[in-house]
Design a protein around this ligand. Structure first.
Ligand SMILES: Nc1ncnc2c1ncn2[C@@H]1O[C@H](COP(=O)(O)OP(=O)(O)O)[C@@H](O)[C@H]1O
Ligand SMILES: [Mg+2]
Length: 359
C-alpha cells in the first residue's frame, strides 16, 4: 500500500524511484559500494530496504542495520549482531567462521557477544565481518543513517578500508545526510583508508509535481478513492513533493478517513513535530541563535549579501567565515538548499517550522 507509513520494502510499493533503484542494483552487482543521499523523508530507508528485497531474490545476502542512536563501535557491533541474527541463512552459512571470533558466541538464540563491551571493539567488528566475508557469499550490508557514527569516524573508516581491501564479496550500502562522516566517506582525503575508492553516490530528490500528483492519485485509487485537482494542489502547496509528508497526508485521508482539510492540517502538524525535533537535535551542539537567524533569513530565498545583512540585524556582526561555515553545515544536513548562490529552504514544513515555531 502506497500510504503505508513504514519504509517500503517491495518494488510495487516504491513509487517513482525505478531509475534510482535500478542504478543502485546495477552498481552493487558491479561490485561498487553505494551511498544514498537525501533529506529526511525522501525515502532513503525505503529504497535501500527495497534494494535488499530485490538483492535477496538474486544470489545476494542482505543485512539491514539501522544506526539511529548508535554512537559507539560497541553499539555498532551489537547492531551488526542483531542484523545477522535476523538472517537465518546468513547465520547458518557464517556460523563456523563466527564461532572462531573472540568475544562472540553462537547459541540457540543465534549470535551473542560474550562480553558486553568488547575489549578491542574494532578488531571484533573486523573479525565478525571477515567471518561473513569468508562464506564467499555476496553480502550487502546496508548501514542506514551512517552519520550517527560520526564520533567514531576514524576507527570506522579504518574498518571499512580494511574490509574493502580484503573481502571483495562484502559490499556496503550507506544512507545519511552529506554531513561529517558521510562527507568523509564520499570525499576521502589522501590520509583516508578509503582514499581513491569512494562509494558511488545516488541522490534522492523530492518528487516533482507530476510524480507527486500521480503518487497521490495512485495511492487513493488503491483504496478505492479519488482525489480532485484542487485537493491535490492544496496538498502540494503545503507539503511539496516530499514523499514522507505526502504519505502522511495519504494515510490521514485515505486510511484514517479524515476529511481533506483536517487530514492536511494533521499531516502538517505531525510533519512539523518531526522537523522541530530534528532541528533541536541538530542545534543542540551549535550556536542556536546564529543558525536560526540564518534559516529564517534564507526561508524564502536570499543571496549572500542580503542573507548576511538579515542575520546581522538579528544577532549582530558575524564574520564571513563563521557564516559560511553555518551555511555549509545547514546545506550538508539538507535543511538548506543552495543553487547558484541562492540559499533557500525547499521543504515547506522546515520553512514553516523555522518561521513560526519555538525551536
Ligand atoms: N518512493 C516511495 N514510494 C512510496 N512511499 C514512500 C516512498 N519514499 C518514501 N515513502 C514513504 O515516506 C515515508 C518516509 O520514507 P523513509 O524511507 O523512511 O525516508 P527516509 O529514510 O529518507 O527518512 C515512509 O512512510 C515511506 O513509506
Ligand atoms: Mg530513514
Amino acid at each position: 500500500m502506497l500510504f503505508d507509513l513504514r519504509p517500503k520494502e517491495q518494488r510495487e510499493e516504491l513509487f517513482g524511484r525505478n531509475a534510482e533503484l535500478s542504478e543502485i542494483l546495477r552498481l552493487l552487482e558491479a561490485g561498487r559500494w553505494v551511498a544514498v543521499l537525501g533529506a529526511r523523508m525522501t525515502g532513503k530507508s525505503s529504497i535501500i530496504k527495497t534494494a535488499g528485497t530485490e538483492l535477496s531474490k538474486q544470489s545476494f545476502r542482505f543485512m539491514y542495520v539501522n544506526l539511529l542512536g548508535v554512537r559507539s563501535i560497541d553499539g555498532f557491533i551489537s547492531a551488526i549482531a542483531d542484523a545477522i541474527n535476523r538472517s537465518k541463512t546468513l547465520l547458518d552459512k557464517a556460523k563456523d567462521f563466527l564461532s572462531l571470533v573472540e568475544g562472540v558466541r553462537i547459541g540457540i538464540g543465534g549470535l551473542s557477544l560474550t562480553v558486553p563491551r568488547a575489549k578491542r571493539p574494532v578488531r571484533t567488528a573486523f573479525e565478525i565481518f571477515s567471518a561473513l566475508g569468508s562464506t564467499k557469499e555476496r553480502i550487502v550490508v546496508a548501514l542506514d543513517e551512517v552519520q550517527e557514527l560520526s564520533s567514531v569516524s576514524r576507527p570506522l573508516l579504518e574498518l571499512l578500508g580494511r574490509l574493502f581491501a580484503t573481502h571483495r564479496n562484502l559490499l556496503f550500502l550507506f544512507t545519511g545526510s552529506q554531513f561529517g562522516l558521510m562527507r568523509t566517506l564520499l570525499e576521502p582525503g589522501a590520509e583516508s583508508p578509503l582514499y581513491g575508492r569512494p562509494p558511488a553516490k545516488i541522490i534522492l530528490q523530492p518528487f516533482d509535481t507530476k510524480t507527486a500528483t500521480e503518487f497521490l492519485r495512485c495511492g487513493f485509487l488503491e483504496l478505492g478513492m479519488t482525489m480532485g485537482e484542487t485537493g491535490i494542489e492544496e496538498v502540494l502547496e503545503r507539503l511539496d513533493g516530499i514523499p514522507g509528508w505526502l504519505t502522511l497526508y495519504g494515510s490521514k485521508a485515505g486510511v484514517e478517513k479524515l476529511p481533506h482539510a483536517a487530514a492536511l492540517e494533521e499531516a502538517v502538524k505531525d510533519a512539523e513535530k518531526i522537523v522541530v525535533s530534528e532541528l533541536r537535535n541538530f542545534l543542540a551542539s551549535r550556536n542556536k541563535e546564529l543558525y536560526i537567524a540564518v534559516l529564517r533569513a534564507a526561508a524564502y530565498g536570499a543571496r549572500w549579501g542580503d542573507l548576511k545583512r538579515a542575520v546581522e540585524a538579528r544577532v549582530g556582526v558575524v564574520n564571513s567565515a563563521r557564516l559560511a561555515a553555518a551555511l555549509r553545515s545547514l546545506k550538508a544536513t539538507m535543511l538548506l538548499d543552495e543553487e547558484e548562490g541562492l540559499y533557500r529552504i525547499i521543504d515547506p514544513i522546515v520553512r514553516k517550522a523555522v518561521l513560526t515555531r519555538r525551536i
